[in-house]
Design a protein around this ligand. Structure first.
Ligand code: GDP
Length: 399
């Protein structure tokens, strides 16, 4: 059964980027678990995780191949593109950065910025990928949100601003203060099913006010209309929605980074999901793609719209134990339909699209159609490999 299609504005194609051991797997698993698609959190270091497929990466305990897994949060569809964090696989990192629209960068809160996160951060700068940051492991001994933030400021960007502040320190961490909504969200155990809304702890008020002002004055600076309003009515005159809108525009500019932190194993990943939905770009925000006509060599624009001819990129080929060869495919324009014929413009051969599946944490869902901006996996392609363009035979283009 084909599921309901998500409007493009509500799609997020995001990567989770991290230095090895910072908690990428844990955070991904937490997201899949919390979004209700995964009923049991895989044991990370036994290799039983959803995004790690290959034996090689199981052995090394790192993620070196890219795949995509879909989950749903607050009426949004989130396609998580697995981004290799390991430095040896730079080509793979660059390829996945091309396919995603935004990223969540996970840091180890004990270590701050580490070399691999710095490398990938620079690559993301190069590709103009908007980012949000999650400072993980601050609940462990030596974990420190503010020190890690300082190391982001020193090594990556001065324009990283908390949208949440953690409540507590190390083992006593039990929630966050939301600087936009001015509310606290707490838990008793990190395994709690839901966060509890609470009062902002009185002893945090000064800090909360300071970081809220910093957040707002820097977010509005990226948007002229909002900046004018801010000068007119001040910080307290802006509504919660206006502040969120300002942060969103700022994050989309690629030069402003919203930061949160917590225990990535637990319920706080719900706040990471909110951040992804609220601030990371939709495929529409990313805009048109460009390619060349296979015969004339002329440059062609393809708008992110289903009414354009089909174009898209096979960005990863994997072997699935149950359905065989899978080509992960991002549709840039038009739509891909099961049962149709497409042109592999990289080889000149036609391919038949047999089955299209959406990989979820606990199942492969068959879909009959995937529209512009979305990502799915095609089963059974013969001559398509990583990096090939598949497009409408009547409108050949190489991306
Ligand atoms: P990856 O290499 O970035 O995928 O890192 P993993 O997700 O495998 O995490 C490395 C280890 O840190 C695992 O044993 C996790 O259980 C643990 N871990 C991850 N996040 C947290 C956290 O927020 N708090 C605590 N206490 N442990 C964490």
């Amino acid at each position: 059964m084909a599921a309901k299609k998500t409007p493009m504005k509500q799609i997020r194609n995001m990567g989770i980027i991290a230095h090895i051991d910072a908690g990428k797997t844990t955070t991904t698993e937490g997201i899949l678990y919390r979004t209700g698609l995964k009923h049991k959190i895989g044991a990370v270091h036994e290799g039983e995780t959803t995004t790690d497929w290959m034996a090689q990466e199981r052995e090394r305990g790192i993620t070196i191949v890219s795949a995509a897994v879909t989950c749903y949060w607050k009426d949004h569809q989130i396609n998580i593109i697995d981004t290799p964090g390991h430095i040896d696989f730079t080509v793979e990192v660059e390829r996945s950065l091309r396919v995603l629209d935004g990223a969540c960068v996970v840091f180890d809160g004990k270590m701050g910025v580490e070399s691999q996160s710095e490398t990938v951060w620079r690559q993301a700068d190069k590709y103009g990928v908007p980012r949000v940051c999650f400072i993980n492991k601050i609940n462990q001994t030596g974990g420190d949100f503010y020190k890690s933030l300082e190391s982001i400021h020193n090594r990556l960007s001065k324009r990283a601003f908390p949208i949440h502040l953690p409540i507590g320190f190390e083992q006593s961490i039990n929630g966050i203060v939301d600087l936009v909504g001015m509310k606290a969200y707490t838990y008793k155990e990190f395994t709690d099913k839901a966060l509890t809304e609470a009062e902002i702890p009185a002893d945090m008020m000064d800090k909360v006010k300071k970081y809220r002002s910093l957040l707002i004055e820097n977010a509005v600076a990226e948007d002229e209309a909002m900046l004018e309003k801010y000068f007119e009515v001040g910080e307290d005159g802006l509504s919660e929605d206006e502040i969120k809108q300002a942060i969103r525009s700022a994050v989309l500019s690629g030069n402003f980074f919203a930061v949160t932190g917590g225990d990535g194993r637990g319920v706080i990943v719900e706040k990471v999901l909110d951040m992804v939905v609220d601030f990371l770009p939709s495929p529409e925000d990313r805009g048109s793609s460009w390619g060349t006509h296979t015969k004339t060599g002329e440059e062609i624009e393809r708008k992110v719209s289903e009414s354009e001819p089909l174009s898209g990129l096979a960005f990863k080929i994997t072997t699935d134990p149950f359905v065989g060869k899978l080509a992960y495919y991002r549709v840039y324009s038009g739509k891909l339909t099961a049962g149709s014929y497409v042109l592999n413009s990289s080889t000149g051969e036609k391919e038949r699209i047999g089955r299209i599946v959406r990989m979820q944490a606990d199942k492969r869902e068959d879909v009959s159609e995937v529209g512009a901006g979305d990502i799915a996996a095609i089963v059974g392609l013969k001559g398509t490999t990583t990096g090939h363009t598949l497009c409408d035979p009547a409108n050949p283009i190489v991306l």
